[in-house]
Structure formats: structure tokens, C-alpha cells
Design a protein around this ligand. Structure first.
Ligand SMILES: Nc1ncnc2c1ncn2[C@@H]1O[C@H](COP(=O)(O)OP(=O)(O)OP(=O)(O)O)[C@@H](O)[C@H]1O
Ligand SMILES: Nc1ccn([C@@H]2O[C@H](COP(=O)(O)O)[C@@H](O)[C@H]2O)c(=O)n1
Length: 688
């Protein structure tokens, strides 16, 4: 997951391969609650691991449920069988509507029956998301619910005992959020031991497919709700939750929308395959596939899999009632940028009360790309940008702590003008899809020239590696420690019995053997460790001896040629920071930022001395100084890829700078080269 302040996505070209979706948020949190309310143990497989499910799991544990983690996406929940193990709890539910609404209803009913006091709160945005219609319904039922802040919104307290009035139908509004009805349907079987309970919906029920998911899951947990149209739901007398034992959570159909869109937007010969949802999905958002087809995407598939390819281009404009697919419809708003006319999304009033006011947010952010966007109380019209690239601007997208804003905006990176897209606060995808961007990189490709590289070259011990790692960490980029490759080669030579002293290296046969070793070098970098084949050589490779051997073997032209492609292969999405001696001059001559880092030799010797001392190794400063000078002289004098600043490099002498000062300098240089406006606040405009 990216925890950087922003993530820059280079222009994307192709999309192909296979992506496996995380579990559906809606199904995950419903199943967890149902498992907790049932008697016995439920094993939940393919559970979404995200912020929203984490707050639900934590709340259930606070309520006395035993939750056992069996794997990254598998848990076993020991249910409470309709009882209360704890009579008091303060539950923090983040921004998870799928936790706040159903838990409020379930705890209101349980507290009424068994007594207890429960407070439910969330992040500030959760306290702006309405819950009044649900509370009104619960109060009509006889439950004791108190607002702890503003009327109509969380935080709130439910307590009991209280006498429940179950004979008359319970009325709930259905036109603001279908989660209110879902919450009642999940809670009321707890009170239906002796009488049937009827819920009647006031107003036109929105997001019916989500209610359908609720009904299907209730059925799996032993409660068959009778549905009369979408206005009246009856829970039969004697209803009781029974665990099905094992449940598999479907992949998230809303999340599928981003990859369906990627397949529809990218010019690829091969299809993009999406695993985890398919034609037999129980999620309403699968209807997004029909909308994407209407816009021209080629989509086919099987029960649990979809295959998507670009069809019509530009996409066909559409005018659609999106009431049934409110979440996935956001993806259509971005696809509209690539259409052959204005696209209108109607009946999306619920967007206004989601993680943010999504109509306003989407309009504001799409305008940054250059689009004309009109909005109404419950509709959005997006005018397309040129399929030939005209009108597109590089935009820095504010994401409003809304996962879907971030994921949607990533799709603008397919723009034909080849503008990069900046996603502010990419971490917000943690709500439902923590690895969204990493998953995206697996199936999309950019032209290598569009993938940014920051080169940091300079003499030994000036701090290149330290600076490169810190800059890469702030930008979410990969790091290439090219010196480590030469160090690994020195080690590989030693293990293969190939001499690397100066005399031996003058022998053409030795040089040839070293080049052959370099071409097959089994180097691997993972989790901060460095591997040569199956051996973790992290410490060995950093030794002074390995550095000296690296300096000698790296002077051979054949060795350098053999390692060139391996280094260029590090240029991967979303970007790279590469440190070495010839990153800017030879390996990445087209890099948009090249830094030549230096520091006084005495300071460098002092730093190396301290570095070795911290590792428990001892050396004299004088010896280190002499060794640095020898190494630098050899690196500067060699016939190929000699150490020198690239002509277009910026010079940075960090002799008197802290590490953080150097990092800030490089980040500022980088920002100056990016096409984004400097202000990253909501509503800032991107520049072309
Ligand atoms: N600006 C700085 N101020 C003080 N210390 C620094 C600074 N930059 C780096 N250092 C320290 O200097 C030591 C050497 O840094 P580093 O290993 O990054 O250098 P390098 O140039 O990559 O070396 P080599 O070329 O041998 O791989 C480290 O212990 C690091 O913490
Ligand atoms: N791009 C590079 C990187 C390194 N070298 C040589 O390897 C030696 C070790 O490098 P470190 O950065 O890990 O100290 C170095 O002295 C260079 O001779 C290189 O040639 N090109």
C-alpha cells in the first residue's frame, strides 16, 4: 500500500494479464456481522482485508466475539448466538457505513432485549453522514437511541432494556441510503422469535442490488425474508441465525469496475482478465459491465471471471440511470472523458452522502483534467476530452479521503495526451482495496520513456544510497542500487574462483568469464535484503572488500555491457530512483532529473567510518580515506562509464547538509520538473 503524500501515475498505454480482486466490502462486513450474530463457528474465506473490515472485526471483538485469524484473508468467527457477551462498549467505526448502520441496528435490538449501553462513533466525515432515517425507524420500534453530537448523525448511544413494539410494520425511508433497510433486515431476525416482523419502505428504494445481497446472505445464514416488491419485507416468526459453517466472499464487483474500465480504455491486443467476480455474481455492481458494454467495451466471461478488451474507440456516450450501481457509476464518470459525446449519469443523489459529496468532488476533479462538467442535485454530465489528446491537462487530484475518487482518477492516466496523473493521499484506497495501485501495475504498461527515473550519481560514501532510498520512499518509487550489482558480481567471481585482482583483470579470458557471470548474475533484492542465488549476502556485499572488488570488475567494458539491460529493466511503474556512477550518463540518459551528489572526501571518510562503526566493524579513518581516493580515482579514470556528472545534472554538495536537507532539495527539484500545480489542496487546477 502506498502511504506517500501523493502518487504520480505515468501515462498508461496497455492493459493485459490477469488481476485477482479483493473480497467485496459489502459482502465481507455483512458476513462478519451475520457470523457474529449466529451461534457457532463460521469460517470466512477471501475476506477483504481493509480499513472497513478491520473496524468491523475490532468492534465484534470488543463485543465479545472470538475472532481467529487463519490467514491473510481467512478468519474464524465464534458467534454470540443472538446474545450479548459484553453489556458496554465504545465502538470506533472509522468511515465504514457498512459497519456503522448495521451495528447500530443490531445493538439497539440486543440492548433492548438484554440490557446494555453502546456508543458508536467514527471519523469526522462519518459524523456528517446521515443516519436519522434509521434512528427514526429504531425509535418507532421502541429502541432507545440518543444522538451524542448533531441530531441525525453519529456519534450515538443505544441502550436498554426497552420494550420493542414489533406488531406494527416498521417504516424506514429508502431513498437516502439502502443501508438503513439493510441494517434493519440484519438486526430484526434477533427479535422475531415469536412473531413475524414487517418492514415497509417509504419512498423509492435506491441501490436495490445491495438489498438483494443482504437478502441472499440472510438466506445463507438461515433466515428467509419474504419480499413483496421492494416496498415490504417480512421476517418470518421463529427466525434464527444459523451459521453455514464456511462462507467464501466474492471479489468486489465495484473494484472490478476499475479494471473493466482499464480494459476498455487501453489499446491492447490481449484481453484483461478479472478473477473473483463474473457473470454469476450476486453483486448489483456487476451491472456496471452492461454500462461498459454500452460504451463499447468487449466483455465476456464465466461465472467467476471476466475478460475485457477495448472495443469502440472513442467510447460511445451514454445517458444512464445509475441508481442501481451508485459506487461503480463513479467509474463511468471518468470513462466519459474518453467518449464521443457528453455522458449523463442520473439518479445518483446518494453520491452526496457517501465518503464525500461525490458529485461535487467528481465535478471538481474532472475539471482539472480540462473537462467541462455540469452537475445537478442528483446528476452529473461530463463532456469528453479529445480522443486525439487535445484539451487534456496533467492534474493533481484531491481524493477527499475517498477510496473511489483515487481509484477512478487513476483511469485518467490512459489519456491520449500522455499526461501523468497525480493522486493525492493514495493511502485512502485502504478502505476497500489497500493494494489497488500495486495490482494496477501488474496489468498495465507504460512506454518506458514515460516512466520517470531520478538518477543520483557521485563518488563513494557521499550518501547516494541513503538519498536515493529516502527520495524513493517519499515518491513511492522503486530503488536501483546499481553498485550492489557490481558488488554481487565481485562476490560471484570469488565463489566461482575467478580472480579479480588488477593483474588477472588484464587477461581477456578472465574478463570474458566475468562478463558471462554478469550476464547470468542471480541477483535478487527483496524486503531490504540482497540475495545472490539462495544466499542472503546483505552484510557481505556491503563490506569494504566487496566495494573494492566491485570497483575493479566494474572497469571492464564487457561487464558493464552485460549489466546494462538488467539495470534498465528496473524502470518500472510508477517510477525509479537509481544510484550509482553512470546512471545519468549511460544507463538512463533520458532521465528527467539527474543529480550529481558530492561531499568533501574527509567528510565522506568520516561518514564511512561511522557507518562501519555502527555495524560493529573497525577501520582507521586514514585507511578509509586512502581507499575512497583509490576507488574514486579508478572510477573517474576508467575507459567506459567513467564517474562524472552528466551534462544536464544538477550538482548537490551535501558536505554540510543533513540527510533530510538533501532529500528536500531533490524533492524540490523534482516538483519543479513535474507538470502539476504546486498547491495540492481541494479544487486546485492542474496545468497543461
Ligand atoms: N547528508 C548526509 N549527512 C550526513 N551523513 C550522511 C549524509 N548522507 C549520507 N550520510 C551517511 O553516510 C553514510 C554513507 O552513505 P551511503 O551508504 O548512502 O553512501 P553511498 O554514496 O551510497 O556509498 P557507496 O558509494 O559506497 O555505496 C551513511 O551512513 C549515511 O547515513
Ligand atoms: N553505476 C555504478 C555503480 C557502482 N559502480 C562501481 O561499483 C563500486 C561499488 O559501488 P557502491 O556504490 O556500492 O559503492 C563503485 O566503486 C564503482 O566502481 C559502477 O562502476 N557503476
Amino acid at each position: 500500500m502506498y502511504t506517500t503524500a501523493f502518487l504520480d501515475i505515468p501515462p498508461l498505454r496497455r492493459a493485459a494479464g490477469t488481476v485477482r480482486l479483493p473480497g467485496s466490502k459489502s459482502i465481507s462486513n455483512r458476513v462478519l456481522l451475520l457470523a457474529a450474530l449466529s451461534a457457532g463457528r463460521t469460517e470466512v474465506h477471501d475476506l477483504l482485508d481493509s480499513d472497513d473490515t478491520r473496524v468491523m472485526l475490532q468492534a465484534l471483538q470488543q463485543l465479545g466475539c472470538t475472532v481467529q485469524r487463519l490467514g491473510p484473508t481467512t478468519v474464524a468467527v465464534q458467534g454470540l448466538g443472538g446474545q450479548l457477551a459484553q453489556r458496554q462498549a465504545q465502538l470506533f467505526l472509522g468511515n465504514a457505513g457498512t459497519a456503522m448502520r448495521p451495528l447500530t441496528a443490531a445493538l439497539a435490538v440486543l440492548a433492548a432485549q438484554h440490557g446494555g449501553v453502546f456508543e458508536l462513533s467514527g471519523v469526522p466525515r462519518m459524523h456528517e453522514r446521515p443516519i436519522g432515517d434509521l434512528v427514526d425507524a429504531l425509535r418507532l420500534l421502541g429502541a432507545d437511541v440518543t444522538y451524542l453530537g448533531q441530531d441525525g448523525y453519529p456519534p450515538l448511544r443505544v441502550q436498554g432494556p426497552a420494550a420493542l413494539r414489533l406488531q406494527a410494520p416498521i417504516r424506514v425511508r429508502g431513498d437516502v441510503s439502502s443501508q438503513f433497510l439493510t441494517a434493519l433486515l440484519l438486526a430484526l431476525p434477533l427479535a422475531a422469535q415469536h412473531h413475524p416482523i414487517t418492514v415497509e419502505v417509504d419512498g423509492e428504494l435506491i441501490s436495490k442490488p445491495y438489498v438483494d445481497i443482504t437478502l441472499k446472505l440472510l438466506q445463507r445464514f438461515g433466515v428467509a425474508v419474504q419480499r413483496d416488491g421492494w416496498q415490504r419485507f417480512t421476517i418470518p416468526a421463529g427466525a434464527r441465525y444459523r451459521t453455514p459453517g464456511t462462507v467464501h466472499v466474492e471479489g468486489d464487483a465495484s473494484a472490478a469496475s476499475y479494471f473493466i474500465a482499464a480494459g476498455a480504455l487501453a489499446a491492447s491486443d490481449a484481453a484483461l482478465t478479472i478473477e473473483g467476480v463474473g457473470l454469476a455474481s450476486i453483486q448489483g455492481d456487476i451491472a456496471f459491465a452492461d454500462a461498459a458494454r454500452a460504451m463499447g467495451a468487449h466483455i465476456d466471461g464465466e461465472a467467476n471471471r471476466l475478460h475485457v478488451r477495448r472495443g469502440a474507440w472513442p467510447l460511445r456516450a451514454l445517458d444512464l440511470d445509475c441508481n442501481a450501481i451508485p459506487d461503480a457509476a463513479m467509474t463511468l464518470a471518468v470513462m466519459a472523458l474518453y467518449a464521443d459525446g457528453p455522458c449523463t449519469l442520473r439518479n445518483i443523489g446518494s453520491w452526496r452522502v457517501k465518503e464525500t459529496d461525490r458529485i461535487a468532488a467528481m465535478a471538481t476533479e474532472l475539471r482539472k483534467f480540462g473537462a467541462v462538467v455540469e452537475e445537478g442535485p442528483d446528476w452529473l454530465r461530463v463532456h469528453p476530452l479529445g480522443a486525439d489528446g487535445t484539451g487534456w491537462r496533467a492534474a493533481s487530484v484531491y481524493t477527499y479521503d475517498d477510496h473511489r475518487m483515487a481509484m477512478c482518477a487513476s483511469l485518467a492516466a490512459f489519456n491520449p495526451a500522455r499526461r501523468p496523473v497525480r493522486i493525492q493521499d493514495p493511502r485512502c484506497v485502504a478502505k476497500t482495496f489497500p493494494d489497488y495501485f500495486e495490482t494496477l501495475w501488474q496489468v498495465v504498461q507504460a512506454d518506458p520513456a514515460d516512466i520517470p527515473v531520478i538518477c543520483i550519481d557521485g563518488p563513494s560514501a557521499c550518501g547516494k544510497g541513503t538519498l536515493a532510498a529516502a527520495v524513493a520512499q517519499r515518491l513511492g518509487y522503486h530503488v536501483l542500487d546499481s553498485g550492489a550489482l557490481y558488488r554481487l558480481l565481485g562476490l560471484a567471481a570469488q565463489r566461482a574462483g575467478v580472480p579479480t585482482d588488477d593483474a588477472a583483470l588484464a587477461d581477456a579470458a578472465v574478463a570474458e568469464r566475468l562478463a558471462a557471470l554478469a550476464a547470468q548474475l542471480p541477483a535478487r533484492f527483496a524486503d531490504g535484503r540482497i540475495w545472490l542465488g539462495d544466499d542472503d549476502v546483505t552484510d557481505e556485499v556491503r563490506s569494504q572488500a566487496a566495494g573494492a572488488a566491485a570497483s575493479r570488475v566494474s572497469a571492464l567494458p564487457a561487464v558493464r555491457a552485460a549489466l546494462l539491460q538488467a539495470q534498465r529493466a528496473w524502470r518500472r511503474l510508477p517510477g525509479l530512483v537509481a544510484d550509482g556512477r553512470d546512471m545519468g550518463t549511460v544507463v538512463f540518459p533520458d532521465a528527467p532529473l539527474k543529480v550529481y551528489l558530492t561531499a568533501g572526501v574527509a567528510e565522506r571518510a568520516r561518514r564511512r567510518y561511522e557507518q562501519l562503526r555502527a555495524r560493529g566493524e573497525h577501520a582507521s579513518i586514514d585507511d578509509l580515506l586512502a581507499e575512497l581516493q583509490t576507488r574514486d580515482a579508478r572510477d573517474r579514470a576508467r575507459s567506459v562509464a567513467a564517474l562524472k556528472p552528466a551534462e544536464d545534472a544538477l550538482l548537490l554538495d551535501n558536505t554540510h547538509q543533513s540527510i533530510e536537507q538533501s532529500v528536500q532539495t531533490v524533492l524540490q527539484w523534482w516538483q519543479q520538473r513535474r507538470p502539476f500545480a504546486p498547491d495540492h489542496g481541494a479544487g486546485d487546477a492542474g496545468s497543461s
